[in-house]
Design a binder for this molecule. Structure first.
Ligand SMILES: [Zn+2]
Length: 294
């Protein structure tokens, strides 16, 4: 049994208010309980409420949490200083993230807690915290973890979790290569090469039981945002069909999209799937939503 819970589904910046109540205003954070392990994907503002619940669950009992960071843009790390388990010594927090470009994962976390930005330094937290930059597949107990590099203006990883029965994928902040390569290099082969690179992503998510995938824009909105590192929903639907995934959760909602706009994107995706007679089930990821697999 794998349980998935969305604590933050918004991309870019938190967007609370009456118009975002259905899908939520908190930035990226997804909790997965698999094979007795507690896995957390990203530390956007949604991780604050998750942390408060974990404190209630474990109190002073020892607990190990595994936090997977897709990349260190604000909407994926900004909640960490407000993640209360980090302040208590009974918690072991193992943080995993992409390999460094010029600053280590630990330094990037340290810098956002520098006294100019935040009152408590990373070194002032009482939990046992480890930081690991990952490249190779590895296991945590019965859970196998594989990662994949995304096309985004930062070192960014997607994660695949397999508990022996079900496959869960967290894949956010990704832009189809076919568009970016074509934009930077006006060569007849650029689009074709981009399509080949996109196929590697399709292979990575192939056959997965549940895929959390960003779909920040419609194709029309995307045209003025090429190179920002995000996807039009039309591409995500195409990838999901080609990969034959079972369930697709549209994620990383644009902060300018209210609930009605996201409803329209989800309906649009579902129509595209049904037009193509696809069996992929598509939902809009919503804060507070819990999914049981298996
Ligand atoms: Zn983001």
């Amino acid at each position: 049994m794998m349980t998935i819970r969305f604590w933050g589904t918004r991309g870019s910046i938190a967007s609370p208010g009456k118009s975002t109540v259905k899908y939520g205003g908190n930035t990226a954070c997804v909790e997965v309980r698999a094979g007795n392990q507690i896995l957390i994907f990203d530390a956007g503002t949604g991780i604050r409420d998750l942390g408060n619940l974990l404190l209630k669950e474990f109190k002073t009992k020892p607990a190990t949490l595994h936090l997977f960071i897709s990349h260190t843009h604000w909407d994926h790390i900004q909640g960490f200083p407000f993640f209360m388990p980090a302040y208590f010594k009974n918690f072991q927090i193992n943080v995993y993230g992409p390999p460094a470009r010029d600053k280590s994962l630990k330094d990037l976390f340290k810098f956002q807690m520098d006294s100019e930005y935040f009152p408590v330094p990373l070194g002032g937290l009482n939990a046992q915290i480890t930081m690991q930059e990952i490249r190779e597949p590895f296991r945590i107990g019965d859970v196998q973890i594989t990662s994949f590099f995304m096309n985004h203006p930062a070192m960014t990883l997607a994660y695949k979790i397999f508990d022996g029965e079900k496959t869960f994928i967290y894949a956010t902040d990704n832009e189809p290569y076919r568009y970016t390569l074509n934009a930077v290099r006006k060569h007849p082969m650029a689009t074709q090469y981009g399509v080949e690179l996109d196929q590697k992503f399709i292979d990575f998510i192939s056959g997965a039981d549940f895929v959390v995938c960003e779909a920040q824009y419609t194709l029309e909105e995307y045209r003025s945002k090429v190179g920002w590192g995000h996807s039009p929903v039309e591409s995500i639907v195409e990838f999901a069909i080609k990969a034959n995934v079972k369930r697709l959760a549209l994620f990383h909602h644009d902060p300018s999209h209210n609930d009605a706009a996201i409803d329209a994107i989800v309906t649009h995706a579902q129509k595209l799937l049904s037009t193509q007679k696809s069996a992929v089930q598509c939902i809009g990821a919503a804060e507070g939503m819990t999914i049981h697999l298996g």
